[in-house]
Ligand binder design. Structure first.
Ligand code: NAD
Length: 366
């Protein structure tokens, strides 16, 4: 069958996008019966099968979905490599409204697409997904993690993520202040969600003074009820607070041109993905301002570590122990950043790339 010039151009555009950041494989999924429209991206499988969640989001168009899945899957490669996991990076996006567009059949169909990759991609929960969908996917494929505990899974990864973030904060404090004790340190936490609420508990237990904000009053009230010593602040005030540590645990891109003018902290260390609006701009800008940035994909790896343990037979204690390794990894990244005068995100990227390269060069790829 002949192809038209337009078709050729569009195909090149997609493969060209894959070439830009070295993605291995994309699977475009369409099912008229269930309305499923999805893209699965396998970025790199050098270290192992590509593990990463599925996000359901009402993308404006398929190009927005493609951009997101390419960016997110690459991020997973770096996160797992740096966490020392034998996993590669992947991600999936489903184009649709998570509140209205779900059905059992859709997720079972999606599960079959995941299965067709024969273990090169393992899915898990992400934005817009719940354990209900994971259970439906599991009906069609074994390549899924993040199942509820009642189904033999590891359950909600947020407590483990929060613990890893706490370890990263302590490592950053040691580098910035000469001690990892958080006693008396002022810490602002932006986001009282699944991770934020557990993190607040660790910080208060460690003797920190915590300033917490969220756009939802009920979430703040619930935490305040459990932990009355937490200080509640308005969302608009959190960036300009005079604190030692700012911990973004809500959305990405909160480190940007505007927030840089307001921030008074010495350390930024939180759970939110993609905190730097533009890595190459805001990474160096933080360095110039003397703010130590703990790369998000380094310190929020507790969740993926938890999933990795589910795959090999879940052991909560072992997952937490491995998550504690974030402390030493972070210290090393901060040291490299100082010695080589490079932003911390770059030091972290290079460490991840070096691990992948060495395994590939030794012919040990998955
Ligand atoms: P969540 O949705 O439970 O919590 C996010 C909270 O941020 C919500 O309570 C929301 O109301 C609040 N929020 C949104 N916009 C805000 C704003 N402008 N100001 C203040 N608060 C705002 O999510 P989560 O699971 O706690 O994850 C938090 C972040 O950490 C996300 O960026 C997520 O991608 C990342 N992360 C989470 C995990 C995990 O295990 N849950 C793992 C890795 C990374």
């Amino acid at each position: 069958m002949e192809t038209t010039t337009t078709e050729n151009t569009e195909a090149c555009a997609v493969i060209g996008r894959m070439e830009e950041q070295d993605h291995e494989q994309l699977l475009f999924c369409n099912d008229r019966t269930t309305g499923l429209k999805a893209i699965i991206a396998v970025h790199d499988t050098t270290l192992g099968p590509a593990l990463g969640g599925t996000r359901m989001w009402p993308y404006a168009n398929e190009f927005a979905a493609l951009s997101d899945v390419l960016r997110l899957s690459r991020g997973m490669t770096y996160k797992s490599a740096l966490a020392g996991l034998d996993l590669g990076g992947g991600k999936a996006v489903i184009i649709g409204d998570a509140r209205t567009g779900k059905s059992e059949a859709m997720f079972r169909r999606f599960g079959r697409f995941v299965d067709s990759l024969n273990g090169r991609y393992i899915t898990a929960e992400d934005v817009g997904m719940t354990t209900v969908e994971m259970v439906n996917i599991r009906k069609e494929t074994k390549y899924v993690a993040g199942l509820p505990e009642s189904q033999g899974g590891s359950g909600d990864p947020s407590p483990v993520t929060a613990y890893g973030v706490f370890c990263g904060i302590r490592a950053a404090a040691r580098t910035a202040f000469g001690t990892d004790s958080l006693s008396g340190r002022k810490v602002s936490v932006q986001g009282a969600g699944n991770v934020g609420r557990y993190l607040v508990g660790h910080l208060l237990d460690a003797g920190a003074t915590v300033y917490l904000t969220d756009i939802h009053e009920d979430k703040l009230a619930a935490i305040k009820k459990d932990r009355p010593t937490v200080n509640i602040v308005a969302p608009a005030d959190v960036l300009a607070l005079d604190v030692d540590i700012y911990s973004p645990c809500a959305l990405g891109a909160t480190v940007n041109d505007e927030s840089l003018k307001l921030l008074k902290c010495s350390v930024i260390a939180g759970a939110a993905n993609n905190q730097l609006a533009v890595e190459a701009v805001h990474g160096p800008a933080l360095m110039e301002k003397g703010i130590l940035y703990a790369p998000d994909f380094l310190i929020n790896a507790g969740g993926i570590i938890n999933c990795a343990w589910e795959l090999r037979g879940y052991d909560r204690k072992a997952a937490l122990q491995q998550t504690e390794g974030i402390y030493d990894t972070a210290l090393n990244i901060f040291k490299t950043s100082r010695e080589e005068h490079i932003p911390t995100y770059l030091a972290a990227n290079r460490a991840a790339e070096a691990r992948i390269r060495s395994v590939r060069q030794a012919g040990l790829s998955f």
